[in-house]
Design a protein around this ligand. Structure first.
Ligand SMILES: [Mg+2]
Length: 370
């Protein structure tokens, strides 16, 4: 089996409400979709959602690298040879994990379809039966976040991820407001997205948060400051998660060596796709670190890819792949049984892409062939 063509689509996914994190506000979600076709006619779909704040890749750079470097490189290659494909891509271009994920995910879709098995059969087989969906609360005023949380509890949600990261005092007020509104039975996770900057600010915050029963605190300090995480970890009982500070194997080695986190947030867009994500999960498992699979707010394609990784590996204890629930229009049909996700038995990613909607959302496209 050989790759014959790679089609690349630059699209914009319409969000129901703007997505707000400490470093950016997104009115719509730009994304890149790949459609890889083999000589035997099998079609696989992939996705890249680059986040320049996290990996330095932009939408434009990702589109250009796929078009001029990665797509021409994989034409004529066997999509089943994951190890080899990644080695080729890594030798050709340093980093650019989102661009590589767009190739990797499409290849997993193809191989699953070829073998007539869901992608999770290629990554360890079904381990988890279902995952609860965590609702993400965008940064807002404390009472607004508390009201939104209360509404979601009525819909059946049992866990929240609060986005904070403005300043310690107002963030503590946000977390306290939500905790007081939803009571102690509901899980609250807090993602600071580097917003508290350093260990001093974070230690001030954790002192006030220790009584609020939060499941874990995610990326309070700057991404590259692994040593600050070590310092905080020795001074608090709140479990710590690293997100932006973990991209690939190099950072995972440092996190493990320094015992810098209790949990890590693995994202296909940070590490290069399904295959590298499995390597990270194995490393974490060996070190007794729990994993979450997260996303850059991806369509059905990228989100499904993340689910296949999470469902097939016991190191994953939580998932945060709610992209499709945030869009008013999506190119695929990944199904959420709110407040749970259950994967289908369909081959490959199990996602049907609606090419009419894809065309409607596309701003620019190209085809790379032999
Ligand atoms: Mg995060």
């Amino acid at each position: 089996m050989k790759i014959k063509t790679v089609e690349i689509f630059k699209i914009e996914l319409p969000l129901i409400e703007p997505f707000i994190v400490s470093y950016a506000t997104y009115p719509n979600m730009p994304s890149i979709i790949t459609k890889i076709t083999t000589e035997c006619g099998i079609v696989g779909w992939g996705e890249a959602v680059p986040d320049e704040h996290v990996t330095g890749e932009t939408l434009e750079s990702t589109y250009a690298i796929l078009k001029h470097q990665l797509a021409p490189l994989v034409i004529g290659e066997n999509p089943m040879a994951f190890e080899r494909l990644h080695e080729m891509m890594d030798k050709a271009v340093y980093n650019v994990p989102a661009a590589k994920a767009a190739i990797d995910i499409a290849c997993f879709d193809i191989v699953g379809k070829k073998l007539q098995v869901p992608a999770y059969q290629l990554t360890g087989g079904r381990y988890h039966h279902k995952f609860p969906i965590t609702h993400v609360l965008s940064i807002a005023e404390p009472q607004q976040m508390a009201e939104e949380a209360a509404r979601r509890v009525e819909m059946g949600y049992r866990s929240f991820k609060m986005k904070v990261g403005r300043d310690v005092a107002s963030d503590v007020a946000r977390i306290r407001a939500v905790r007081e509104r939803v009571g102690h039975e509901i899980a609250i996770r807090v993602d600071v997205n580097q917003g508290w900057g350093n260990s001093a600010n974070t230690l001030q915050a954790v002192r006030q948060l220790e009584m609020l029963q939060i499941d874990w605190l995610e990326q309070p300090v700057r991404a590259d400051d692994i040593d600050a995480m070590v310092e905080i970890k020795t001074k608090t009982t709140i479990p710590l998660m690293i997100d932006e500070g973990l991209r690939g194997v190099r950072e995972m080695r440092e996190i493990i060596a320094k015992r810098a986190a209790d949990k890590v947030n693995i994202k296909l867009m940070k590490c290069g796709g399904i295959y590298p994500a499995m390597k990270l999960a194995h490393m974490a498992e060996m070190a007794g670190i729990e994993c979450q699979i997260g996303s850059m707010v991806e369509s059905s394609v990228g989100s499904a890819a993340g689910f296949h990784v999470a469902f097939s590996n016991k190191a994953f204890t939580s998932v945060e792949l709610t992209g499709p629930l945030k869009f008013s229009k999506d190119i695929g049909d990944l199904h959420y049984d709110v407040p749970f996700i259950q994967l289908t038995e369909k081959p490959g990613l199990g996602v049907e892409v609606d090419e009419t909607i894809l065309a409607e959302l596309t701003n620019e496209q190209c085809v790379v062939a032999q």
